[in-house]
Design a protein around this ligand. Structure first.
Ligand SMILES: Cc1ncc(COP(=O)(O)O)c(C=O)c1O
Length: 356
């Protein structure tokens, strides 16, 4: 049984909030005053504390710098109309964090440290949550190995940190994507289903090449044949083919998106035909030719739904209908945002509420 977390708090002498331009927030570049920290040693998480946001000291021999034993999460706190602060599916985020930990041989986090610590951090930082619609406080929990040791083995010590960034919307508008047939993000049996730093490092070069060609995201395909879709950039991917919402099934190479699960749950409740199955490039190309490819979009915490304007395959762009005309995905996006901001009743127990 886990204990209620005992968390000490050291507040900043002077908040930086008055020097922050909330009308011009670059995603991930502005940090609130405090951060949550906990240390793992002697087989236990200890010394959980909230302290001023600050650099961390580490040895050049820290194993994480060499062997990448690190995982993270990304979730958001939203301000409801009545002033309460709402965190969307916090329990699903800790479950996924611990799944990522398991894959990378990192000891699981105590649920209370996560829940109580983040609760207290967000309460303390509530003035950092922008009021405008679409804005939120992005929370970045992460765990990394801290042993000073050169040699490939699991670390015996770790640090858990969560810091917070006030953010506006992530993507502006639609994205053009390119189907990747050379590189892979993750392979079967690898760490693709974990939110591990290494997966993102692997995506940088192909993503740069795509950007150089004028495409903002990659449509990843499977590592064996490059025949089946996996994800889109750092989002899960969904298609509407005819009247069916289709998405690749979860596997060891796909991150189990919390937005993905929320959208599938709601769509099924609405009676939409939903299929979680392998989707081939060929099927999508054929559906586009026949006028049956009604929609394609990415799903993720950062932007909820990001519409895909065009999909490039072997040098040709398949252009999709205008984003405004895509009824189902726009309705799903509005519904999920309505839940996140507390405008729509939460019938799933998805909202973690912090009273103002
Ligand atoms: C690789 C990848 N896939 C999918 C997602 C979407 O996951 P979620 O909806 O939980 O944000 C993310 C973002 O977290 C991601 O990094």
């Amino acid at each position: 049984m886990s204990q209620a977390a005992n968390i000490s708090v050291e507040k900043v002498k002077q908040s930086r909030i008055s020097q922050t331009d909330f009308s011009n927030l670059e995603f991930g570049a502005v940090y609130s005053d405090h951060m949550l920290v906990s240390d793992y040693s002697d087989h236990a998480w200890n010394n959980t504390r909230i302290i001023p946001f600050q650099p961390i000291m580490m040895s050049p021999a820290s194993s994480v710098l060499h062997y990448g034993q690190t995982i993270f999460e990304g979730m958001k706190a939203y301000r409801a109309k009545n002033g309460d602060i709402l965190i969307f599916r916090m329990d699903a985020h800790i479950a996924r964090l611990n799944k990522s930990c398991e894959r990378l041989c990192i000891p699981p986090l105590d649920e209370n440290i996560f829940m109580d610590g983040i609760h207290q951090l967000v309460q303390l930082e509530q003035d950092w949550i922008p009021n405008e619609k679409g804005c939120s406080l992005y929370l970045r929990p992460f765990v990394f190995a801290t042993d000073e040791f050169i040699g490939v083995k699991p670390s015996s010590s770790y640090k858990f940190i969560t810091f917070a960034c006030p953010v506006a919307g992530y993507y502006k508008g639609t994205v053009k994507v390119i189907i990747e047939t050379e590189y892979v993000r993750a392979a079967e049996g690898g760490i693709g289903y974990a939110k591990a730093g290494g997966n993102y490092a692997a995506s940088l070069l192909p993503a740069k090449k795509a950007t150089d060609k004028g495409y903002q995201q990659i449509l990843w395909t499977d590592s064996k044949e490059h025949k089946y879709f996996e994800e889109s950039g750092t989002m899960n991917v969904m298609f509407v083919i005819g009247d069916t919402l289709v998405t690749p099934p979860l596997s060891s190479s796909i991150l189990a998106g919390i937005t993905r699960d929320s959208i599938l749950t709601i769509a099924r409740e609405w009676g939409v035909k939903v299929e979680e199955r392998r989707v081939s490039v060929e099927e999508v190309v054929e559906a586009h030719k026949k006028g049956l490819l009604k929609d394609a979009f990415g799903t993720g915490t950062a932007a909820t739904i990001t519409h895909i304007a065009a999909i490039n395959y072997e040098g040709e762009d398949m252009v999709l209908p205008p984003a405004e005309s895509r009824e189902l995905s726009n309705k799903l996006n509005d519904h999920i945002l309505g839940l996140k901001y507390g405008d729509i009743e939460d019938t799933h127990g998805w909202i973690y509420r912090i009273k103002k």
